[in-house]
Design a protein around this ligand. Sequence first.
Ligand SMILES: Nc1nc2c(ncn2[C@@H]2O[C@H](COP(=O)(O)OP(=O)(O)OP(=O)(O)O)[C@@H](O)[C@H]2O)c(=O)[nH]1
Ligand SMILES: [Mg+2]
Length: 415
Amino acid sequence: MSSSTNSVATPPSEAARAILVGVDFGRDASFDATLDELALLAESAGDTPVARVIARRKAPDAALFVGSGKADEIKLLVQAHEAHTVLFDQAISPAQQRNLERVLGVPVADRTALILEIFAARAQSFEGKLQVELARLQYLATRLVRRWSHLERQSGGIGMRGGPGEAQIELDRRMIDDRIKATKERLKKVQRQRSTQQRARQRNGVFRVSLVGYTNAGKSTLFNSLVKARTYAADKLFATLDTTTRSLYLEQAGASVSLSDTVGFIRDLPHKLVEAFRATLQEAADADLLLHVIDAASPVLDEQLAEVEKVLAEIGAADIPQILVYNKQDMLEESQRPRAPQDWIERDGGVRTPRVFVSALDGTGLDVLRAQIVEAMRGQNVGLNLHDLAPTDGAEDPEDAAADLAPSTEQQARA
Ligand SMILES: Nc1nc2c(ncn2[C@@H]2O[C@H](COP(=O)(O)OP(=O)(O)OP(=O)(O)O)[C@@H](O)[C@H]2O)c(=O)[nH]1
Ligand SMILES: [Mg+2]
């Protein structure tokens, strides 16, 4: 016991030990048997993963999600590790959750609940808080039964025949519905204000660049290195929830663009949560250019890339020009690193998309990235005086540079 009365540091609140469970149903080729992401989510929520369990089944068990044998195995692990909670990688139904909690003797949560918890802890702006509140209320509305049985157990209400008071549940549901309605209205008001501000910005004709990408890809770190601002970057999932926008001066263009850092994307983002955050994501969708940041050191970068593309399509941002920014090059072996600091790939519909290889941490490739943003501005012919642009190879006269602008891909091909 080392508790000193004069200690300024907050007492180390004991992190909850968590058992991680994933079920492979065999039909999902992308099943990640490592549960690494769930572990990161757990850590981001303040838990400490102590053991992992992978189950294989054809279909979820109606009552327990996993088989009863697996449930027993998990229970033994809970006891052996004195775990406080069991976290499931997939969404489990309220009934399954209730049954599992009864069998395992500890609270059970799934990815959705974890993500909600993290979002709730991180939301900073009024709008962000309202969005989280809305998502939580909606999640809660589906879990009412469980909550009441939980309370019943706590108060030792065994023998309350007729269940945990249907009338009570009905009352509670109505209260929640009212709060959902009120929260939606407040949110709408805030969002209306924001879009007015946004339109005002647009009228200024500023070229808007948004950072998008999977959570933890390094968007905030890149944002900071580019604008030298200090935005919270951390090895946690969803470190950023609110959109931060700063002006970024590009010497080559002799102009400033606005650069926005946004919330990270993640696979299976709970539907309600996406809905709640749609407005924030929408801001990304209103950009002129997306810097799609990719963790080049991730073993599952292709899946992450596909997931981000999926969400971008959902919010109507699929057609916004992108620069693929392969970040964290410093973490790669020499032999894995690309030879050129940038190249091009063909994507759907033959769109040539630039790829830039950077390290937001040590600054490698950021000049190339800046130059590429300027190229994109030239390509779109917006927001800046073209004659102010320095020629790419330094030898052209501005007249030729302007003539080269359309089609932009040809210009880019020369680079
Ligand atoms: N080695 C290395 N680490 C990096 C680099 N860029 C970011 N990181 C680290 O990756 C982690 C995540 O970085 P963030 O900038 O918070 O990532 P993000 O994309 O903003 O994450 P969310 O806001 O959670 O979506 C942090 O620990 C960073 O220090 C890089 O170029 N190299
Ligand atoms: Mg961030």
